[in-house]
Design a binder for this molecule. Structure first.
Ligand SMILES: [Zn+2]
Length: 473
């Protein structure tokens, strides 16, 4: 089941309703370059309705179209940004967010889930979380569900509205997914980053309106006792949208960005579980796997270390000496600037012991690289090599054709300019170390990933695209 996050509302007139929801979509096709240039987590209108522009309520802050259909009230539905298609201005049908780390993933935000089965599940969860589930004071989280149909975590909260019954409107942030542990762990984020944020904004508008009405009653000299003591909503007052309630025009674009970010993190957590599944192999079983730092972040950090270091230890098996089959390691230069997949370009002499060994067994070669600077914050004010990333790459060696040696030298010398004169020595030639997997130690366990990184995750990681917030993980 796809993970989904929704904003729910208990409308005074229409009861529990789904206002806005964001879900993860895995695309089968690759996005075009133009799409990829759009910054991640930036919400963009995707499709637009082709219907002509509906009438606009003039005195509304949102200036969003008000639909005439009786089922849609401003409180029950999201007001998405207006889009100018060149001929007409219409409300965007959906918002989408691209995932910068994975072009096949999109987070689509709509007024209700697109798939029928999800629509039913969300609708049921909405009614249940806003009416049936008990939460003391109506503010707080509830969790329900089962392993088969997925779990729902709903955080209910009030927003103050001077025009609403009881001067409060009831909302809920709901997440639907199969991973119960993640749901529980992310509720503080939903509360701190989203619910409290919305409440603060609503309070500012509420205070302003209260002061305004107090000022009006003083200037009109209306006695205080004439105010409605039950804070009832006047029947002729239309229910306000969330946009008007908070005084934020692009509130749904902001909600979309936060929902997408939460879904993105949740998918990372789920991928970590997949990596744990590799314990079927007896080799993996023995290796401790730290789950606090994701394997993707570890791969990005590894690629950055590879990119920065420029030299490491090549590991080969001895051949043709009295120490046959013993492991042999020696410092070796490499460059990763010639490919974008993290494979290493080596420039080695046939006279070297490592080269002779690797010619005897080119399919089983290792390369150990240690961080040469600090990537993790100091531990108790000290920074030592053992708390910094280091790893061994496993792979095979392929000779670079002579016809490509000029090209190879031009990028190898970017990393090692001192190697340029070596090309006049006839025993030197280029080899490509093709990475097939790696074992990674990110530093101290507990905060850093320690374990295997599959080759495809290493190859796909971008050394310079590590998210800033992940560096502290
Ligand atoms: Zn309504």
């Amino acid at each position: 089941m796809n993970a989904l996050i929704a904003l729910l509302h208990f409308c005074e007139v229409h009861g529990p309703c789904v206002v806005y929801c964001t879900q993860t979509i895995h695309q089968t096709h690759t996005l075009s370059e133009a799409d990829l240039n759009i910054p991640a987590l930036k919400s963009m209108p995707l499709e637009t309705e082709t219907a002509p522009l509906p009438p606009i309520r003039k005195n509304s802050l949102s200036n969003t179209p008000q639909k005439i259909s009786p089922g849609a009230c401003a409180a029950c539905t999201a007001q998405l940004p207006l889009v100018n298609t060149g001929q007409i201005v219409t409300e965007a049908k959906s918002l989408f967010t691209l995932d910068q780390d994975d072009a096949s993933i999109k987070y689509i935000g709509t007024k209700s889930p697109q798939q029928n089965h999800l629509y039913k599940a969300v609708r049921l969860a909405c009614v249940r979380s806003l009416t049936a589930e008990f939460c003391q004071g109506r503010d707080g989280p509830v969790l329900f569900g089962d392993d088969e149909n997925g779990y729902v975590m709903s955080y209910m909260f009030k927003l103050r509205d001077s025009q609403a019954r009881g001067e409060a409107r009831f909302y809920s942030l709901m997440m639907l997914m199969t991973d119960r542990v993640y749901l529980i762990s992310c509720w503080p984020f939903l509360v701190r980053s989203m619910a409290l944020n919305l409440q603060e904004r609503a309070n500012i508008v509420f205070q302003k309106e209260k002061e305004g009405s107090r000022h009006q009653s003083i200037t009109r000299r209306t006695p205080i006792s004439s105010q409605d003591p039950f804070f009832r909503r006047k029947s002729n007052t239309a229910l306000r949208s969330l946009v008007d309630l908070l005084g934020v025009k692009d509130i749904y674009a902001q909600i979309q960005a936060q929902f997408s970010y939460t879904l993105k993190l949740s998918s990372r957590k789920r991928m970590e579980k997949l990596c744990m599944g590799r314990t079927e192999s007896p080799v993996y079983k023995r290796m401790p796997v730290n789950t606090l730092q994701s394997v993707q972040v570890a791969a990005q950090l590894a690629r950055r270390v590879v990119s920065d270091a420029g030299h490491g230890t090549i590991l080969t098996q001895m051949h043709g000496t009295e120490f046959d089959e013993f492991p042999f390691g020696l410092l070796e230069y490499y460059s990763d600037k010639c490919t974008d997949n993290g494979n290493l370009l080596l420039f080695m002499s046939s006279l070297q012991m490592s080269t002779r060994n690797m010619h005897a067994n080119s399919e089983k070669v290792g390369f150990t690289i240690n961080a040469l600077k600090e990537y993790n914050p100091p531990y108790r004010n000290h920074s030592t090599p053992v708390q910094q990333p280091r790893f061994t790459l496993f792979g095979n060696i392929k000779s670079v054709p002579e016809s490509k040696s000029e090209e190879a030298m031009s990028c190898f010398s970017q990393t090692h300019p001192e190697a340029k004169p070596w090309k006049s020595f006839h025993d030197f030639r280029f080899y490509e170390f093709q990475v097939q997997g790696m074992y990674y130690v990110g530093g101290f366990g507990g905060t850093n990933y320690i374990g295997w990184i599959p080759a495809h995750i290493y190859h796909d990681a971008h050394p310079r695209k590590l998210l800033v917030q992940n560096e502290n993980q």
